[in-house]
Design a protein around this ligand. Structure first.
Ligand code: NCD
Length: 320
């Protein structure tokens, strides 16, 4: 397994920093573990562990599903949900000093931080595993893993999937990580639907093309609504705009639109929170998978944490 590899200079810590470092085998392994978590087989497996849950940036789902996962695994949790009350924010303590200190208190650290590359900086000084729960506009690997788990749950496979990612693709870290992950699967088609100023970064497009993923960048959602298996909506990431940047998103999906145009088996996903891009009229339709997706976070995050400490499966591999 890559990425969750021993850090080169520090003992044997495994980290989850970037989805880029997980190969297909590692992804499959985590999916199987998440299935085991779904069946309750990881319950109580980390009884002696203390996990630090450190959120330097706002979170609802990611923090609470990680913490629910920690409780399900039988581990204990310490940490903070509001960095404003820490020495980091109030006294100018550095991130690396905070990590050094947490190395003495916990067995692993889950961290969300507003700076791109912060998780990597933390891992460079940490002898215990670091799990990146979002570093600025860069990456959100645990979200991607639960997104993949959700797609597989619906379609029984990810190979061959046709997906549209819609909204703020420039600053949205979930679509960055998901794009990198999809490079590991066969025959994937991605439609990036965004205004030009918020399109997916060029470096991702270049990598996708090198991996022979079929990619189209467009502005109009209606052009692809009838062609896809997964509609992955995202919100405008206003908090990441720099200077006097101003952007608007006009994509709003309604139950009526889906009824008229969507394929029968299509699902709507969203990392949440939604603002107005998915109308509440969609919630009661068969297309709505975003709450199921959020729930899957607890299973996948159990898998991620379990995997930091053990490589083996609880049950027979074939059961997956
Ligand atoms: C996402 C994030 O924080 O990047 N939310 C989440 O973790 N579920 C998406 C977002 O905030 O728009």
């Amino acid at each position: 397994m890559q990425n969750m590899l021993p850090c080169s200079n520090l003992a044997s810590a495994k980290h989850l920093i970037s989805i880029k470092n997980l190969d297909r085998q590692a992804l499959d392994h985590l999916m199987c573990l998440a299935k085991e978590a779904y069946h309750g087989k990881l319950q109580g497996s980390l009884k002696d562990k203390i996990i630090a849950s450190c959120f330097f940036e706002a979170s609802t789902r990611t923090r609470l599903s990680f913490e629910a996962a920690i409780h399900r695994l039988g581990a204990s949790v310490i940490g903070f949900s509001d960095a404003q009350s820490t020495s980091f924010a109030q006294k100018g303590e550095s991130l690396t000093d905070t990590i050094h200190m947490l190395n003495g208190y916990a067995d692993a650290i889950i961290m969300r931080h507003f700076e791109v590359g912060s998780a990597e900086r933390a891992a460079a000084v940490s002898a215990i595993p670091i799990v990146n729960a979002g570093d600025g506009a860069n990456e959100h690997p645990s979200q991607t893993l639960l997104d993949l788990f959700t797609i597989e749950q619906k379609f029984n496979k990810i190979d061959g999937i046709k997906i549209a990612m819609v909204g703020d693709l420039r600053y949205g870290r979930t679509v960055h990580s998901l794009s990198y992950a999809l490079m590991n699967y066969l025959d994937v088609t991605i439609y990036y639907v965004a205004p030009k100023a918020l399109q997916i970064p060029d470096e991702i497009l270049i990598k996708l093309k090198q991996k022979n993923v079929t990619v189209t960048c467009i502005e109009k959602l209606e052009q692809v609504l009838g062609l896809i298996d997964v509609l992955y909506m995202t919100r405008l990431q206003k908090e990441r705009f720099t200077g006097n940047e101003q952007h608007k998103l006009e994509y709003v999906i309604t139950a009526q639109m889906l009824k008229k145009q969507a394929r029968n088996k299509m699902i709507v996903m969203h990392p949440l929170p939604r603002i107005h891009e998915v109308c509440t009229s969609v919630d009661a339709t068969k297309y709505a998978w975003y709450f199921q997706q959020a729930k899957n976070g607890v299973y996948m995050r159990q898998a991620i944490l379990y995997n930091l400490f053990f490589n083996s499966f609880i049950a027979n591999h074939k059961a997956c």
